[in-house]
Structures are given as C-alpha cells and as structure tokens.
Design a protein around this ligand. Structure first.
Ligand code: SAM
Length: 224
C-alpha cells in the first residue's frame, strides 16, 4: 500500500493521529528532504528508513517504489510540508501507482492553500488554485491574463524572491485588485496582509519578502 501522508506546514503539532500511526508502521518513507522529515520523525519518536524523492530523482525513485509496492511493502510518501502532490513531485508517483492499479490511501491533513484561503476573508465558496506561476516572463503574463474576467478567488504559491515581481505583474495585468498575502502560516511569524495590489507593491518594496507565501486575489467583491 502507498500512503500519501499530509504533514504540518509549519507547526509540528498539525499532524493527525492516523498520520503518526501510518508513519510508524510503514516499511519506509519517501520524502523530499530527508533532513526536514527527520526533524518531524524525531519529534514523534518514529524511526524509519527514509528514501529521498524529489523533482530530479523522481523517475528512478518511482520505479523503486513501484517495485516495493509489488512486493507488498507499505510505503509512505510525505512532502516537505502539507499534502503531497499539491505543487510538488508527489503527483507523478500518485499517477503511476494508480496507473499500475496498486493500492493507495490518503491520510489527510494541512495544505497551505486552504489555510490561506480560509484566513484571507476573500470569497471562499468558489476558488481556483493555480500553483506556482511559470518562471518565464511571457508564460507568466499569459497565465495571469486567463484571470482577467475571473470572479472566483485565485490562489498562487510564490517564492519570496519572486513575490514583488509577481505583485507588479498582477497589478499590470489585472489592475488594482484585492490581494491577500498569507505568510508563514501556522508558524511563529504568521502574517495575513489584506491589500489592494498597489498597496501590496509599496509594502513589499519597503519590506523585503521573507518566508513562505500564498497569494490570493479577487477582482470583484461586490455582492459577496
Ligand atoms: N504540498 C504543499 C501543500 O500542500 O501546501 C505545497 C508544496 S509547494 C512545493 C511549497 C509552497 O507552498 C511554498 O513555496 C509556499 O508558497 C506554500 N507554503 C507552504 N507552507 C507554507 C506556509 N507555512 N505559509 C505560507 N505558504 C506556505
């Protein structure tokens, strides 16, 4: 069985009893960063072999994990934070395992996009999750142009070093829309900033972006 195990996005206590139970019983744990997963396991006194599984070794690792599953081994997949498969290499393994008709179960838990959405105060009954915008300028702009007439809340993940550039592009393409920046969620320096696009640009020009970010935008809040 492959267990897709959600882990905390910051606060180590945000893990389910079932996740701890599963991580304690599997044969090995595939994880993005063995050091980060080691910290979590140590906190819960779980000792299991770790197999590194990240973007640049995933194809080789998928074959190894499939082989183990066919030998009736129990394997857990965790990512650096949150729910494996959401904007991380986990999705490739999940698709292969489903394609091979092998057994798979999810142990649900945190995901940064939902924590950010609920804290944002933006309309949350309908939303779009776009993951990370493309890195190349033309592709980024085209991706943003798709949201010109969007009435749902749009959620992005973004790295600190691209945050300001992305905010400027959002303002250029989508105008002075409502923006919420949810930063360091569930951590000591958690911060949720609710702005118009212009104010967000001024803020992050004055304050260098640090930490992990979810960007949420909404163009038209009338009637919500
Ligand atoms: N699988 C994860 C999930 O379920 O949320 C997301 C993995 S993705 C590689 C990492 C991105 O998620 C970060 O760059 C950031 O945009 C967002 N993220 C993760 N933890 C966060 C946190 N504590 N606060 C804000 N954003 C976070």
């Amino acid at each position: 069985m492959l267990y897709i195990v959600a882990t905390p996005i910051g606060n180590l206590k945000d893990i389910t009893l079932r996740a701890i139970e599963v991580l304690s019983k599997v044969d090995f744990i595939a994880c993005e960063d063995t050091r980060r997963t080691h910290i979590l396991l140590q906190h819960y006194d779980i000792k299991k072999p770790l197999l590194s599984y990240y973007e640049y070794n995933k194809l080789k690792r998928i074959d190894e994990i499939i082989r183990a599953l066919k030998e009736n081994k129990n394997v857990a997949l965790v990512s650096d934070a949150g729910t494996p498969g959401i904007s991380d290499p986990g999705s490739s393994l999940i698709r292969r395992v489903i394609g091979e008709n092998l057994k798979i179960e999810v142990i649900p838990g945190a995901s940064a996009l939902l924590v950010g959405l609920v804290l944002s105060g933006l309309p949350m009954h309908k939303f779009i999750f776009e993951g990370f915008l493309p890195v190349k300028a033309g592709a980024r702009r085209r991706a943003l142009e798709c949201f010109k007439d969007e009435h749902r809340t749009v959620i992005f993940y973004e790295s600190p070093h691209r945050l300001l550039k992305t905010l400027v592009e959002i303002k250029e393409v989508l105008g002075n829309c409502n923006i919420v920046i949810a930063r360091e969620l569930t951590k000591k320096f958690e911060e949720v900033l609710r702005f118009k696009a212009e104010e967000a640009i001024v803020h992050f020009t004055r304050n260098e972006p640090r930490g992990e970010f979810v960007i949420l935008i909404h163009s038209n809040m009338k009637g919500e």
